[in-house]
Design a protein around this ligand. Structure first.
Ligand code: PEP
Length: 256
């Protein structure tokens, strides 16, 4: 397995000025070296400025976008395409976040088109999947997560799958302060790993599976003791440079 990935999803937070101030502060605190891969996903409007500051400062952080549209260009008011993101220096793009699914009605089919668009243009998709509380209580977690992952990644070749990262983000854990327990996370990560191996063979073994949902400096150490958790997608805690840096410190190395 490759190094862990810790990605910070800023959601709709920070102006361009605030974004640049964050990067400067975070750069002083983040671990040096390449034991952990770090990505930051500012809002679209701050991507250019943050991308430039990452380049200038030679910081070891990668730039990620929070979404994209699957067409390359055209009459799609308000949308942003994969070539536009690539041109700005984005490496990753988050796709199918539960907030996009829940608030904007995004489907697995749309997530799948976005995954293909990202791959076509040299971006690495981070596909998010996760069950709601009702689905968990109804015993449907495995079915939902498997279905979202397989539909979202439908048609991706064994070669292209190596560019994909999966984020397991139980909806009931996002922004609630109630992270999944290590046992709950491991159960789903193991299921996803088996599913990926069945589908993509050896390449499926290499897909990183992140956990996301109320990861904090307080619970990250315990989560990262699990070899099944290949990193984290962090929301609220990534807005604070100290907290985000602490989580990254706790993420290395992957236990054998
Ligand atoms: C997220 O939205 O991807 C997320 C994990 O948020 P939080 O860490 O705030 O739960």
């Amino acid at each position: 397995m490759q190094q862990r990935l810790i990605a910070g999803n800023w959601k709709m937070h920070k102006t361009v000025q605030e974004a640049l101030a964050f990067i400067q502060e975070f750069a002083k605190l983040a671990p040096q070296g390449n034991q952990v891969e770090i990505a930051v996903a500012p809002p679209f409007l701050a991507l250019h400025a943050v991308g430039q500051s990452l380049g200038d400062g030679d910081y070891p952080f990668k730039l990620a976008a929070q979404d994209l549209f699957w067409e390359e260009e055209g009459a799609f008011t308000g949308e942003i395409s994969a070539p536009m993101l690539k041109h700005l220096g984005c490496h990753y793009v988050i796709i199918g976040h539960s907030e996009r699914r829940r608030l904007f009605g995004e489907t697995d089919e749309e997530a799948n088109k976005k995954v293909h668009a990202a791959i076509r243009h040299g971006l690495s998709p981070i596909l998010c999947v996760g069950e709601s509380l009702q689905e968990r209580q109804a015993g449907r977690t495995s079915a939902i997560v498997r279905e979202q992952a397989l539909r979202g990644l439908q048609g991706v070749s064994s070669e292209a799958i190596q560019k994909v990262t999966l984020a397991y983000e139980p909806v009931w854990a996002i922004g609630t302060g109630h992270a999944a327990s290590v046992v709950q996370a491991e159960e789903v990560h193991t299921l996803l790993r088996t599913t990926f191996q069945e589908q993509w063979g050896q390449a499926g073994q290499e897909i990183r599976i992140l956990y996301g949902g109320s990861v904090t400096p307080e619970n990250a150490g315990e989560l990262f003791r699990s070899a099944h958790i290949n990193g984290a997608l962090v929301g609220k805690a990534c807005l604070n440079p100290q907290a985000f840096a602490k989580i990254i410190h706790l993420a290395s190395p992957i236990p054998q």
